[in-house]
Design a binder for this molecule. Structure first.
Ligand SMILES: Cc1cc2nc3c(=O)[nH]c(=O)nc-3n(C[C@H](O)[C@H](O)[C@H](O)COP(=O)(O)OP(=O)(O)OC[C@H]3O[C@@H](n4cnc5c(N)ncnc54)[C@H](O)[C@@H]3O)c2cc1C
Length: 479
């Protein structure tokens, strides 16, 4: 049995801790935020103060691949989420109207998820972690550095230092401190080589609002959960207990759209989108919340395969984060946590082998998902920026373009696309499948029909006056 200290009690830190404790390790979680875990989902939404997690009350969706990790590794979270009112949603509900074969098939259950507002999901996980055997969570303690017996180019981390100057020793320190983790700086202070870091502003700003129905029901899903509509991108996210979030994503440089902070302007834009306006049919339980300045960031703790330190592992957002329009952060973080547990099983007794294996797992299994997300978001933003300037938008590579265009016209291609929306596969992966591309080559289908909603000039009119010529069409499906 080893002593493992996990830094940060976010969803992924706690999930890592529970998986490790389940293997018989003695696990301690250290969390800076002092607030106690609320007793109920309602209290979590209304009263839980989680300074340091800026996105805490913003829209979150757990993808099917994240649900699958919880179901396999921590099945009690699934039962508790259901009891807390989490929504059970199948991404098959997104089926394009153009598909004639609408019958369910074996395997469709891989597109099912269980999702909730972030405070509710975290309350469920935190309450279970609190009672977990072999696991202790200390809240209200900020970690200020890592300790090592030796200074030098590859220090071996032996524990952490707290703001109270207390030192805690560990066989392994897991960094789950999220996107603002200062671990790279702490390692530098011990003389370690620099961690490789890459970071860019995602270029998106999000304007979102959360709603609740009076009878616990959720709006019908009749358009993709992420819907490109001209120079905006709409995201509609079902959540727990008859609540849901609606998000308008814009290019950060789009000055006129900053008026979306005004609830009347925001409402008029959603109301102009025929397949989305019914998501307004509820009581708003927040104002319009704006968030920008979100980065895509990735770190490598073994640049060129050579670890900068041993005895330490960064997991989830502390390793990499992306802007959230595809809702992938928690899902990839949970998968990373699962693979951390596997790597600990195999290599914990040999710190150098562990550091190399953890780098290998992260680079080969997780990094492709990070790159896929960044590439897709970049293309989306470039498309929006081109449409704003009135020039032809850039196209994805020809295989990807053909794959995406075929999605509304073939049930197998649609399901393959859902694999990429569920967090199960990358687009690069699926367009490399010869059988899929051969099938698409045999299909005849028309060019994609845009989803109905305001074009650029109608959008600007709405932003300026709150009204525009009414958009009425109910057809269109593009991804
Ligand atoms: C606007 C927005 C919307 C998002 N929407 C989605 C979505 O729909 N679906 C999805 O899957 N993901 C989404 N994400 C991403 C998701 O929020 C993250 O991937 C997820 O929170 C990562 O969890 P984590 O446990 O790694 O880190 P965090 O949740 O950030 O937790 C880090 C923890 O570390 C603690 N901590 C930090 N420093 C210290 C310290 N020095 N000492 C002790 N403790 C410390 C913090 O207090 C915090 O509790 C979204 C992100 C944003 C910004």
């Amino acid at each position: 049995m080893s002593r493992i200290v996990v830094l940060g009690a976010g969803v992924c830190g706690l999930a890592s801790a529970m998986m490790l404790a389940r293997d018989g390790h003695d696990v301690l979680v250290l969390e800076r935020n002092p607030a106690r875990v609320p007793d109920t989902p309602d209290e979590a939404w209304t009263r839980w103060e989680r300074q340091g997690v800026t996105q805490f009350r913003l829209a979150h969706f757990l993808l099917p691949a994240g649900r699958a990790v919880l179901e396999t590794e921590l099945p009690e979270t699934i039962a508790s989420l259901s009891a807390a009112g989490a929504a059970r949603i199948s991404q098959m509900a997104n089926m394009p109207p153009t598909l004639a074969d609408r019958a369910a098939r074996a395997g469709d259950e891989r597109f099912v998820t269980l999702t909730a507002r972030r405070p509710v999901l975290e309350q469920v996980v935190a309450a279970l972690a609190q009672q977990h055997t072999g696991l202790k969570v200390r809240r209200g303690v900020a970690v200020t550095g890592v300790t090592s017996k030796s200074r030098g180019t590859t220090p071996h981390i032996t524990g952490v230092r707290l703001d109270s100057s207390e030192e805690i020793s560990a066989d392994l320190v897991v960094d789950a401190m999220g996107r603002r983790s200062r671990l790279p700086q702490w390692l530098r202070q011990l003389g370690a080589r620099p961690v490789h870091e890459e970071s860019e502003d995602s270029g998106f700003t999000y304007y979102q609002r959360t709603f609740r129905s009076d009878d616990g029901t959720l709006p019908e899903i009749i358009a993709p959960i992420g819907s490109p509509i001209g120079t905006i991108f709409l995201v509609t996210l079902p959540a727990d207990n008859g609540t849901w979030a609606v998000v308008i994503a814009t290019s950060s440089g789009d000055q006129p759209l900053k008026r979306l902070r005004d609830p009347r302007v925001w409402t008029s834009v959603i109301d102009a989108c025929p397949l989305h306006r019914h998501w307004l049919d509820g009581e708003p339980i927040t104002g319009v919340e704006a968030m920008g300045g979100l980065i895509d960031q990735r770190r490598r703790f073994a640049p060129g395969g050579e670890p900068v330190a041993t005895g330490i592992a960064a997991v989830a957002d502390a390793w990499a984060c992306t802007n959230p329009s595809l809702g992938r952060g928690m899902t990839y973080g949970l998968r990373h946590a699962q693979r951390l547990r596997d790597t600990v099983r195999e290599h914990l007794q040999d710190p150098d082998a562990f550091a190399r294996a953890w780098d290998q797992v992260t680079e080969t299994e997780l990094r492709p998902f990070y790159e896929d997300t960044v590439a897709e978001n970049r293309l989306r933003r470039e498309e929006i920026d081109a449409l704003r300037r009135g020039v032809a938008p850039p196209k994805p590579d020809s295989r990807t373009a053909r794959f995406l265009a075929a999605v509304p016209h073939d049930p197998d291609v649609f399901r393959t696309y859902l694999e990429t929306r569920a967090g199960l596969a990358t687009i690069r992966d699926v367009v490399s499948r010869p059988a899929l591309m051969e099938r698409i080559a045999q299909l005849n289908f028309p060019a994609p029909v845009p989803l109905p909603g305001p074009n650029r000039s109608q959008l600007l009119e709405l932003i300026a006056n709150g009204t525009a010529e009414r958009v009425t069409g109910m057809t269109g499906y593009r991804v």
